[in-house]
Design a protein around this ligand. Structure first.
Ligand SMILES: Nc1ncnc2c1ncn2[C@@H]1O[C@H](COP(=O)(O)OP(=O)(O)OP(=O)(O)O)[C@@H](O)[C@H]1O
Ligand SMILES: [Mg+2]
Length: 320
């Protein structure tokens, strides 16, 4: 292997920092801005009204976590989101497991930089959360992996967590808007509580369409290669390639981009910027990620549509 030069490393870093805006991202941003505007207007008028929030769903690898990160980055001039500062209008955390009242409350307090003492019970922890949210002027609380709110716990426990979260948006002391993101199971959790559903704007990151998205995918690959100043070989410019790539990404937008960034990194590291990006780079990346044999590699196999791209070691579900 050749030594990775500083310039190659810089290019790869740059590729990894790119965010490709999608229709679902634009929807997310529109909702977020309207919630923020409303909140600012209410505060300026000295009003306290109920907050609303957003629920963002998509499969693993669709790009939920990245979308929220981008949302904060894009809005960093409008909203204080640095947890090390006194005022922190946006706080994010991952739902802990099991997602009991106590655990979720303690994780929220920790994200607020205010760890609670271990012996407090759920309700007392949440009282502290509410005080901290007001002190820090937190108007948005983001819970990632929110589908886990339903895992490993009883219906009763889940309902009390959901009620507590709802009360964050409704309390007249300091309403905080919830941003929930998670896998599609999250839809069920939200829909089981009509009051919660009514207070959240829904955004779904849909899956890629094997035919409609051929051109857009080829376009994204080309744009990434242009950005890296690498040429593209004809093998990554044809419709069949786009279909292979989408299948390898299990039709998830984020995974499709991630594979592309990795394939370009591979091309740059192994051959420098003189050689073009080829199908083989994708096949190599897929192999490294999955340890799949060629017959189970969507970039190589003829009948790639039957491959399960989520399995590592190329297990195809039929015992092979
Ligand atoms: N719009 C985008 N532009 C560029 N890269 C993206 C975009 N969306 C997602 N990605 C990339 O896709 C990969 C998966 O994204 P992410 O981790 O956000 O998915 P997720 O939906 O949160 O998945 P999980 O449910 O497994 O947590 C990451 O490598 C991320 O950088
Ligand atoms: Mg995520």
């Amino acid at each position: 292997m050749t030594n990775t030069t500083t310039s190659v490393r810089k290019i790869i870093q740059d590729l990894r920092s790119v965010y490709v805006p999608t229709p679902s991202y634009r929807k997310l941003e529109t909702y977020f801005q309207s919630l923020l505007d409303q909140r600012r207007a209410d505060m300026a008028a000295g009003l306290i009204s109920h907050a609303r929030g957003i629920v963002l769903v998509g499969q693993s690898g669709s790009g939920k976590t990245t979308a929220i990160r981008e949302l904060i980055r894009q809005n960093r001039n409008l909203i204080e989101a640095d947890p090390s500062q006194d005022i922190c209008e946006f706080i994010g955390l991952q739902v802990p497991s099991p997602a009991t009242m106590k655990f979720v409350g303690a994780a929220t307090l920790r994200a607020l930089g205010y760890p609670s003492s271990g012996d407090k019970q759920g309700p007392a922890i949440w009282d502290e959360v509410k005080i901290q949210l007001k002190l820090r002027q937190t108007c948005f609380l983001h819970l990632d992996e929110a589908q886990d709110l339903a895992r490993y716990q009883t219906d009763k426990e889940r309902q009390s967590v959901v009620n507590t979260l709802k009360s964050l948006m409704e309390n007249s002391y300091w309403p905080t808007g919830l941003i929930l993101s998670g896998m599609p199971d999250l839809k069920k959790i939200v829909n089981q509580d009509p009051q919660l559903a009514r207070r959240l704007y829904p955004v779904e990151i849909g899956r890629l369409h094997a035919i409609r998205e051929v051109e857009p995918v080829l376009d994204i690959v080309q744009k990434y290669a242009d950005r890296a100043q690498v040429d593209t070989h004809s093998s990554v410019r044809e419709p069949l390639f786009a279909q292979r790539l989408m299948h390898a990404a299990d039709y998830e937008f984020g995974l499709m981009v991630e594979l592309t960034v990795q394939a370009l990194s591979k091309a740059l590291i192994s051959e420098g910027s003189e050689a073009p990006l080829r199908l083989q780079h994708y096949a190599d990346v897929y192999f490294e990620r999955s340890a799949a044999i060629d017959a189970l590699n969507p970039f190589i196999a003829e009948d790639f549509a039957r491959i399960n791209p989520r399995q590592i070691f190329g297990y195809d579900g039929e015992g092979t």
